[in-house]
Ligand binder design. Structure first.
Ligand code: MN
Length: 231
C-alpha cells in the first residue's frame, strides 16, 4: 500500500447495461455542437473548431438519482446530451477509424449547468468551471456497449429530453455540427485520451431551467434512458 496520509477517495464509475462498472478518468464536454442551440445562446453556428471544457470525474451521478438543487445558483439548466465512453486512449489521432476504435459505448447524459454562472463568466471572459464543473453536475444513464448499440447506428436516432413528462428537447443526432469521430480527433489534438474518459457531445436547442421537484428524462434511440429528480 502506498503511504497515503488518508484513505484515497474511491474511483467514480457508471453502470454498464448488462453488467459491469465503467471507471471514470476524465469528463470532457463539447460546448457548441448543434446549430440551433448555438443560436438560442446568442452565438452563430460558424464552423470554428469545437469548444471543449471539463467536469470533475466525481461529478457523475447514476440514473434514478435524486439530485439536490445545487448551491449558489438561481438558474440551474438541463442540457440533454449523447455521452461517449472510451476504453482505449491515444493522442493526435488522424482518422475516423482510429477514433472509432477508442469507443467502448454510449449513454444518455445531462450536462447540468449553472446558467447564471456561465453568463457571468462569458461576460467577464472568466473560466466556466463554476458553471459546469460543480458537484453532481453530470448525471448519466447506463452505458450501452458498442456491440449492442453501434455508434454509427444513431444517425436516425432522436435525443429527447422531457421535464415532468413534457418534451423540451427533440433533435436528430445527425444534426450535430461535429460527429463523434470528429470530436474524438479534435480532442486528441489537445489532450492524450485514455481509457475511462467520457465525452459529453453537446446539446440541441430547448435547454431551460429546473426547479426542485422536477423529474428529468433523457432518451436517445434504444439506449437506456437517464432519469433523475431535482430535490
Ligand atoms: Mn452541454
Amino acid at each position: 500500500m502506498p503511504d497515503y496520509v488518508f484513505t484515497p477517495p474511491s474511483t467514480p464509475s457508471v453502470r454498464v447495461h448488462g453488467g459491469g462498472l465503467f471507471p471514470v478518468r476524465r469528463i470532457f464536454c463539447v460546448g457548441k455542437n448543434y446549430a440551433d442551440h448555438v443560436k438560442e445562446m446568442g452565438g452563430d453556428a460558424k464552423s470554428d473548431p469545437p469548444v471543449f471544457f471539463t467536469k470533475p470525474a466525481d461529478s457523475v451521478v447514476e440514473s434514478s438519482a435524486r439530485i439536490p438543487y445545487p448551491l449558489a445558483t438561481e438558474n440551474l439548466h438541463f442540457e440533454g446530451e449523447l455521452v461517449v465512453a472510451l476504453h482505449a486512449g491515444g493522442r493526435n489521432l488522424k482518422t475516423r477509424e482510429e477514433a472509432g476504435a477508442l469507443i467502448f459505448g454510449t449513454a444518455a447524459g445531462c450536462d447540468l449547468t449553472r446558467r447564471d454562472h456561465q453568463a457571468a463568466a462569458k461576460k467577464a471572459g472568466a473560466p466556466w468551471d463554476s458553471a459546469k464543473g460543480f458537484d453532481q453536475s453530470a448525471p448519466i444513464g447506463e452505458i450501452g456497449r458498442s456491440q449492442d448499440f453501434p455508434p454509427g447506428g444513431f444517425d436516425d436516432a432522436h435525443l429527447i429530453t422531457t421535464v415532468n413528462g413534457e418534451r423540451r428537447q427533440d433533435a436528430l443526432l445527425s444534426t450535430m455540427i461535429w460527429s463523434v469521430p470528429e470530436i474524438i480527433i479534435a480532442l486528441s489534438a489537445q489532450f492524450e485520451l485514455k481509457a475511462g474518459d467520457l465525452i459529453f457531445t453537446g446539446t440541441p436547442s430547448g435547454v431551460g431551467p429546473l426547479s426542485p421537484g422536477d423529474n428529468v428524462k433523457v432518451t436517445i434511440g434504444a439506449l437506456p434512458p437517464l432519469r433523475f429528480k431535482i430535490t
